[in-house]
Ligand binder design. Structure first.
Ligand code: AMP
Length: 316
């Protein structure tokens, strides 16, 4: 596949607005980077995903928040065109996660995971959400991912995410998720943990044998792989000259990736490859700011400009 083929607009762009749903967490994050510390910054897997994907078109979002969740934060999402009807309001506190990054930026330590209202979350999707064609099960408890998925009767392509916290505690449910979805996104540590293999290619193949057709392997600043039974695509990260906060990069990658697929309304090999480029671009904007400060203001033309730049620097 050459540069011109990947850079031209999708062959079959759907005229209907994209039909994309995300189910995941809305959170307040306490994050320590080598240079800064923020208490209760807006975060959560579904928030980052939606902030990235909404640069492409409308996004439906399902999750749960507590009484402490600021109305202004929900307004930020709505202002981006995110449908927030599926966000449940519960008594108690919102999900709160704390993490810190080592000076190399690649090593992240989870300091605490306070599930709070997440412990009582059983998604009941609004009727309009159940018609979504493209579904992203963002990082959340696998049983909750399954409950949500069972309601998506019109789904065409489903991708899930997970993390060490869930692999460690809820492996049997996670294996059921793997049997139900078309794709899974994992970082290198998660892939090794899930497959029990150190070599990443062998780990990805083992994950494929658990059910999904595609594994997207995120390797932080080293880029990402798309591995399928008959597909292999590898891409470096976009070279960002100043990383401010890597939190949410994986979710923003997924947001760009899924939005590009939902917009094209097909999962042909070329669409998946283009989606990998879009995911790389949205992740790169994410790490340039704290929380959603950078990705939350990016518009489509800026994403297109970086997409073209990424093509130029990765092709002969
Ligand atoms: P990422 O950097 O892409 O892995 O995503 C970080 C986001 O995931 C943060 O905003 C957290 O609030 C959220 N998060 C952290 N742990 C969990 C978990 N166990 N389940 C769901 N979301 C989580």
């Amino acid at each position: 596949m050459d540069l011109a083929t990947l850079s031209s607009s999708p062959a079959t762009t759907s005229k209907a607005p994209m039909s994309l749903l995300v189910i995941g967490t809305l959170a307040y994050d306490t994050v320590e980077t080598p240079f800064d510390r923020r208490e209760r910054a807006l975060g959560g897997s579904a928030v980052y995903f939606a902030m990235a994907a909404s640069a492409f078109g409308p996004v439906r979002m399902a999750g749960i928040v507590g009484e402490d969740f600021a109305a202004s934060d929900l307004e930020l999402l709505r202002a981006r065109g995110v449908d927030t009807q599926g966000i449940e309001h519960a008594k108690g506190e919102s999900f709160h996660w704390g993490g810190s990054y080592a000076p190399d930026w690649n090593t992240r330590t989870t300091l605490f995971t306070r599930l709070n209202v997440l412990e009582q979350f059983h998604p009941k999707l609004p009727k309009s959400y159940c018609e979504s064609h493209y579904v992203f099960l963002a990082n959340a408890e696998p049983a909750v991912q399954l409950e949500a998925l069972a309601q998506c009767s019109q789904r065409k392509f489903v991708v899930a995410d997970t993390m060490n916290f869930w692999i460690d505690k809820y492996l049997p449910d996670l294996k059921r998720v793997l049997r139900e979805v078309d794709g899974i996104v994992l970082n290198d540590e998660e892939a090794r943990m899930l497959a029990g293999e150190t070599n990443l290619i062998r780990a990805a193949r083992k994950v494929l044998s658990m059910g999904p057709r595609y594994v997207v392997l995120k390797k932080g600043e080293h880029g990402a792989f798309l591995i399928g039974r008959d597909a292999h695509f590898s891409l470096p990260a976009y070279p960002v000259d100043q990383v401010i906060d890597p939190t949410g990069a994986g979710d923003c990658f997924a947001g760009g990736f899924m939005a590009a697929i939902a917009e094209a309304d097909n999962t042909e090999p070329r669409t998946l490859r283009r989606a990998m480029l879009y995911g790389t671009v949205t992740a790169s904007y994410c790490v340039q700011g704290f929380s959603i400060e950078d990705i939350g203001r990016r518009k489509r033309p800026e994403i297109e400009a970086r997409f073209q730049e990424l093509l130029q620097i990765t092709t002969v």
